[in-house]
Write a protein that binds this ligand. Structure first.
Ligand SMILES: [Zn+2]
Length: 243
C-alpha cells in the first residue's frame, strides 16, 4: 500500500492532539519548550546524521544512517510520542528523521518497519508511518512511501531482551506484503525510529532483499553503544553501492 496524506490532513491530525506541556520537562511551552528543544538538538551527532554500526555489528545489517544518540531527552520524547499520546511531537521527530533520510542518498522507495499487531492494537495507529510522511515532504523530488513489509508471526516486545534474544525474537518475523509492487533492483530506504542491536533492521532488510530490493536504512537515533563510522566527519552515503 502506498501511503499518502494531504498536508492539511496531517496538520489536522497533529492539531487534534495538542497537549500543551513540554513533553520533556512538563513545564509550559509544549510540545517542547525552548530549553528542551536545545537539549534535544544536542543529542545530534557532531556534524549531523551519519553512518552508524551497532557494536557488535550483526551480520546482514544494511548501511544505516542515524541523526542522533539515543539518550535523554530524546529517548523520552520517542516513548512519549509512540506510547503516551504525544503525537504533537511528530514535527520535531520528523525533522530529525528527515536529516537521516537526506544523508542516506537517493532512493526509490521508503519502507517503514512494520509495527507488530500487538503495538497496532495498543496504539490504534502507526506512528512511524506518520513520521515518514512528514519527513518525506522535506526531501527533494517525490519518493513513494510503501507499506511493503508485514509481520509474518507474533514477536515479543524487544525492550528488556539481550542482543541474542532480540535476534531470535525477530528472525524470520517479517515478509513482503503480498500487494506491494516493488520492482526488483529498486533502492529502498528502510526506516525505523531507533537502532539498538540492529536485529530489527537485519530482519527487515532480509525480507526486502528476498524481493530483489537493495536496502539502506535510516533511523532517528542510535544507541550510545553504537560506533560511528568515519572519524568525526559527517558521512554521506550518496555514492553507496550494494556489496
Ligand atoms: Zn521542557
Amino acid at each position: 500500500m502506498v501511503l499518502t496524506a494531504a498536508w492539511g490532513d496531517v496538520a489536522a491530525l497533529v492539531e487534534t492532539v495538542l497537549p500543551r506541556r513540554c513533553a520533556a520537562c512538563g513545564g509550559p511551552g509544549g510540545p517542547l519548550c525552548p530549553p528542551c528543544s536545545v537539549a534535544v538538538l544536542a543529542t545530534r551527532h557532531p556534524g549531523g546524521a551519519r553512518l552508524v554500526r551497532p557494536d557488535p555489528c550483526p551480520v546482514g545489517l544494511p548501511p544505516t544512517v542515524a541523526t542522533a544518540r539515543l539518550e535523554a531527552p530524546l529517548r523520552g520524547l520517542l516513548t512519549a510520542y509512540k506510547d503516551a499520546d504525544r503525537r504533537d511531537l511528530a514535527p520535531v521527530l520528523a525533522g530529525l528523521l528527515a536529516e537521516a533520510m537526506r544523508v542516506s542518498g537517493e532512493v526509490d522507495l521508503i519502507v517503514p518497519v512494520p509495527a507488530s499487531r500487538r503495538s497496532r492494537r495498543r496504539r490504534g495507529d502507526r506512528p512511524l508511518e506518520l513520521l515518514c510522511l512528514l519527513a518525506a515532504r522535506t526531501l527533494p523530488g517525490r519518493v513513494r512511501i510503501l507499506r511493503a513489509l508485514q509481520p509474518r508471526r507474533a514477536t515479543r516486545d524487544q525492550s528488556g531482551l539481550d542482543r541474542r534474544a532480540r535476534a531470535d525474537n525477530v528472525r524470520d518475523s517479517m515478509q513482503l506484503h503480498p500487494g506491494a509492487r516493488c520492482p526488483a533492483g529498486a533502492r529502498v530506504l528502510l526506516v525505523d525510529d531507533i537502532v539498538t542491536t540492529g536485529a530489527t533492521l537485519v530482519e527487515g532488510s532480509r525480507a526486502l532483499a528476498e524481493g530483489g530490493l537493495v536496502v539502506r536504512a535510516a533511523v532517528i537515533a542510535a544507541t550510545t553503544r553504537t560506533r560511528l563510522s568515519g572519524a568525526g566527519m559527517p558521512t554521506s552515503v550518496g555514492s553507496w553501492k550494494p556489496p
